[in-house]
Design a protein around this ligand. Structure first.
Ligand code: HEM
Length: 148
């Protein structure tokens, strides 16, 4: 197992980063879609088109990318035996929070598709800062390793 991982390690890491990019792109785009969706009149063809776009982004890009990032990231962690490294545990905390944020986005998407609009456009725009901040912290943790 470890021999296979040694050979595959750079490829697994490359794939990890590629799917991080896809996942993050989705995390940035979906709340934007919500803002445009909420600007369309309720029940209009425009609103229906946004429901479809949100569904596609969530099911084709975001959910599979998040899953692949987790599987590849945990494989890298297993290979490097990082379970006791403080920077890695803090990274896991932030990535878990980011995954929870995605769960919240998926629940909001379902509410929007039922015609509910719980948050204002301004609130949604503010929430859009969450993935950017989390990504910056995660990349600093992985590259600078401030607590290693
Ligand atoms: C989903 C859970 C995640 C796990 C379990 C995980 C785990 C890992 C592990 C173990 C490595 C290898 C570190 C090394 O080579 O020393 C790695 C690399 C990396 N991860 Fe993650 N990761 C996850 C999510 C993310 C996310 C969300 C981001 C960015 C927003 C990210 C960015 C990176 C980067 C940039 C590298 C390459 C660092 C280097 O040059 O070695 N990871 N990840």
């Amino acid at each position: 197992m470890i021999e296979i991982l040694t050979l595959a390690y750079p490829w697994i890491k490359a794939a990890h980063i590629i799917f991080v990019i896809f996942w993050m792109a989705g995390l940035f785009m979906l709340p934007r879609f919500f803002v445009y969706h909420q600007e369309a009149a309720e029940g209009s063809p425009e609103a229906t088109a946004w429901v479809e776009r949100e569904d596609k982004l969530a099911t084709i890009i975001m959910n599979p990318s998040m899953l692949i990032v987790w599987v590849l990231g945990l494989t890298l962690a297993y290979y490097l035996n990082l379970w006791a490294q403080p920077w890695f545990l803090v990274k896991l905390l932030f990535v878990t929070a980011l995954s929870g944020y995605q769960g919240w986005l998926m629940a909001y998407r379902k509410k929007l598709s039922r015609g509910e609009r719980p948050l204002s456009g301004k609130r949604l725009r503010m929430l859009n800062e969450v993935p950017g901040i989390a990504a910056a912290v995660i990349v600093i943790l992985v590259i600078v390793r401030p607590f290693s």
